[in-house]
Design a protein around this ligand. Structure first.
Ligand code: HSE
Length: 403
């Protein structure tokens, strides 16, 4: 019997217990032993819950129990979760987590700690919910030099943007619906302002480079300024709006950004709708490969945590996790990046637009008198920003155009 403990009995934690129960038989075969939840740690009481007898409030019961060899950290945050993870790893207990905030903030330290104590720190569920992407980067793709990673890394924002486009629904209502479905973070700002995608991109980029990519070095924009009008113009231009996380090697440096983009149908990410996430990895031998699936939600995320538990159970006493250095990556500035740009501009500024952004394309609707859309040719970010500054508040919104 392999005993585990679950720290945090919220959405993901209770999902972990459910996955272990529902797939008990096949998990026993794959792990080559039965996996049993011995403790569930939470500050709250759960009267009448079938697992009430496993509930504890003192983490020391878990840490001091030599029978517990694997801990699932599904608490979230970087306070108690960080302390408990360190204490568990120091006692040689492997930790499996969905906590991207913690992995992005302290990944290299926790991986080194696991290695020093011959156990594992696993975080498949921290990026893309149930999609296998950490394991491919650490195993199947290790022969590659990864050139870039581009992905839709947040289910809530992809759900909102998809619904806004398909149903003409408004932002607030769709955010509420995503929250009801359990996709959104407790603080929706983390989703809609791109911080959640930024943490996931930091993890993927660090694995791509083997060096640390910090969240505060990633240029991050969210979707809260995207309006129904922007989506309508994008559609008219044959594109859709997606919040993308992009990490690209430029020589020895890396360019990292999270921002909304107009994406065309030639990009496979164009077809990724709703709560689905997808990560497109370009390697120097394989070329492009894409990993697609449910990026949020209780059971998909819990399934990825349990997958890590099984891996740990199969490799007790062995280090199987990857390694990424504490050394900081070398970042390339965004000013030199070239993109096309979409602008929504107040009517009357047509001549100014053509003078500042020659050879662009106007997009118009007969029923919209107040503004028009404009797509520039490819130009450097710094030149674009300078010219936008000249236009001032004539510009209602700007969004980068992918490809
Ligand atoms: N709030 C996250 C999302 C959950 O919507 O993608 C999974 O990380």
């Amino acid at each position: 019997m392999i005993y585990i403990a679950v720290l945090g009995y919220g959405t993901v934690g209770s999902g972990v217990v459910e996955v272990l129960e529902r797939n008990k038989e096949s998990i026993r075969r794959k792990a080559t032993d039965e996996i049993s939840v011995k403790y569930i740690l939470d500050l709250r009481e759960f009267p009448g819950d079938p697992y009430e007898d496993k509930l504890v409030h003192d983490v020391n019961l878990i840490l001091e129990d030599p029978e517990v060899s694997i801990v699932c950290e599904t608490m979230g945050g970087v306070g108690a979760a960080y302390q408990f993870t360190k204490l568990a790893l120091e006692r040689g207990k492997s930790v499996c987590t969905s906590n991207k905030e913690l992995v992005a903030a302290h990944g290299p330290e926790l991986l080194a700690l696991a290695r020093a104590h011959t156990c594992n720190y696993m975080f498949e569920a921290s990026v893309g919910g149930g999609i296998p992407i950490i394991r491919p980067l650490n195993s199947a793709l290790t022969a590659e030099e990864i050139e870039s990673i581009e992905g839709i890394l947040n289910g809530t924002t992809n759900y909102i943007l998809t619904k806004m486009e398909k149903e003409g629904a408004d932002f607030e209502e769709m955010l509420r619906r995503a929250q009801e479905k359990g996709y959104a973070e407790r603080n929706p700002e983390a989703d809609v302002e791109g911080h959640d995608a930024c943490r996931k991109l930091a993890i993927l980029s660090s694995l791509m480079l083997g060096k640390n990519v910090s969240v505060d070095k990633i240029h991050t924009e969210g979707i809260s300024k995207i309006t129904a009008a922007d989506i309508r113009y994008a559609k008219e231009a044959g594109r859709t709006i997606k919040l993308l996380g992009i990490s690209r090697r430029v020589g020895e440096k890396v360019q990292v950004m999270v921002a909304p983009f107009l994406v065309g149908p030639d990009n496979p990410l164009h077809a990724v709708d709703g709560v689905f996430n997808a990560v497109c990895v370009t390697g120097n031998m394989l070329g492009k490969s894409m990993y697609y699936g449910k990026g949020a939600g209780k059971l998909p995320t819990a399934s990825a945590v349990v997958g890590d538990v099984i891996d740990c159970a199969r490799h007790l006493g062995k280090v199987i996790t990857c390694f990424w250095d504490e050394e900081e990556a070398d970042y390339a500035g965004l000013e030199e990046v070239e993109n096309r740009f979409f602008l929504r501009v107040k009517t009357g500024a047509e001549e100014a637009m053509e003078a500042l952004f020659p050879q662009g394309k106007i997009v118009r609707f007969p029923d919209r008198k107040e503004d028009f859309g404009y797509i520039t040719v490819s130009m450097k970010e710094k030149d674009f920003q300078e010219r936008c500054g000249i236009l001032g508040d004539t510009v209602c919104n700007t969004i980068r155009v992918e490809g």
